[in-house]
Design a protein around this ligand. Structure first.
Ligand code: 6PG
Length: 259
């Protein structure tokens, strides 16, 4: 199981720039291998900065967007035009500016009355798109993740049944803050990915980042994001200086984008 690659940059702009370059690189790799580039986007606010940079032709020009398929690692159970919807953030920040056609975007239907049926529907959709029937686990080229100050990732929150799920790919979940009802990828689906990239910004993430990346005995698995360890894929943690403040690495290495 590969160890995490930890990159510390100065601020959110550098974080988004680094993430956009890696996003484009992973996309080109997938296309060179002959496939579409299948990526799962994360939620929350951090990806907004990434989308702003990725939407610039000079950054994502090398990517063939007609061969990119967008999925979501989690969603709030709200309509797609709700400001709380992860799809809504991606649509405004990325799909509309890049004129991505809707048939390349696979949305979690958070608006459905039942999160359970929406989760099962999305799992079926993923299995069909990847031609990967149970018990196989589809392998995303890249899964983007954020992390909350409680160490949650996607919508896998501490103490929830979703976090313990080890056979389904997509399940309902509940959040203690904000929109309670969620739909989320499970740990096994995330850990099957060819690459997982965490984008973590802000001092409120410093403590969970230290717990996961420089754990004392047995600490890491205590937090949901600490359970994300791809079987064979790459694990990249991109942190800005504030989020990395409690890491020893932060004192030695701040990768500036220009270097
Ligand atoms: C969500 C996310 C969640 C998010 C973290 C970090 O739907 O809220 O998927 O896991 O990535 O809470 O959120 P910020 O980027 O806003 O700090």
């Amino acid at each position: 199981m590969p160890t995490a690659e930890v990159r510390v940059v100065s601020d959110i702009t550098e974080l988004a720039t680094e993430a956009a370059e890696l996003f484009t690189w992973f996309g080109q790799q997938a296309m060179r291998a002959g496939g579409p580039f299948r990526v799962a986007l994360s939620g929350g606010s951090t990806p907004k900065a990434l989308y702003q940079i990725l939407a610039k032709p000079e950054v994502s020009g090398p990517l063939d967007w007609t061969r990119t398929e967008f999925f979501f690692g989690d969603e709030r159970c709200v309509p797609p035009d709700d400001s709380e919807s992860n799809y809504s953030l991606a649509s405004r920040g990325l799909f509309q500016p890049l004129k991505i056609s809707e048939d390349r975007v696979f949305r979690m239907e958070g608006e459905l009355p039942s999160a359970e049926s929406a989760s099962r529907k999305y799992e079926d959709l993923i299995r069909k798109a990847f031609r990967s029937p149970a018990p196989l686990v589809p392998r995303f080229d890249l899964i983007l993740l954020g992390m909350g100050d409680d160490g949650h990732t996607a919508s896998l929150f501490p103490g929830t049944a979703a976090l313990e799920e080890r056979s389904r790919l997509v399940v309902p979940s509940t959040s203690p803050k904000g929109v309670a009802q969620r739909i989320t990828f499970t740990v096994p689906l995330i850990n099957e990915a060819a690459a997982v990239m965490f984008l973590v910004s802000g001092e409120s993430k410093a403590a969970p980042a230290r717990t996961i990346l420089e754990p004392k005995q047995g600490e890491r698995e205590r937090l949901p994001a600490g359970l994300i360890r791809p079987q064979t894929g790459r694990l990249i943690w991109l942190l800005d200086r504030d989020a990395a403040a409690q890491l020893t690495i932060a004192k030695q290495q701040v990768t500036s984008h220009e270097e």
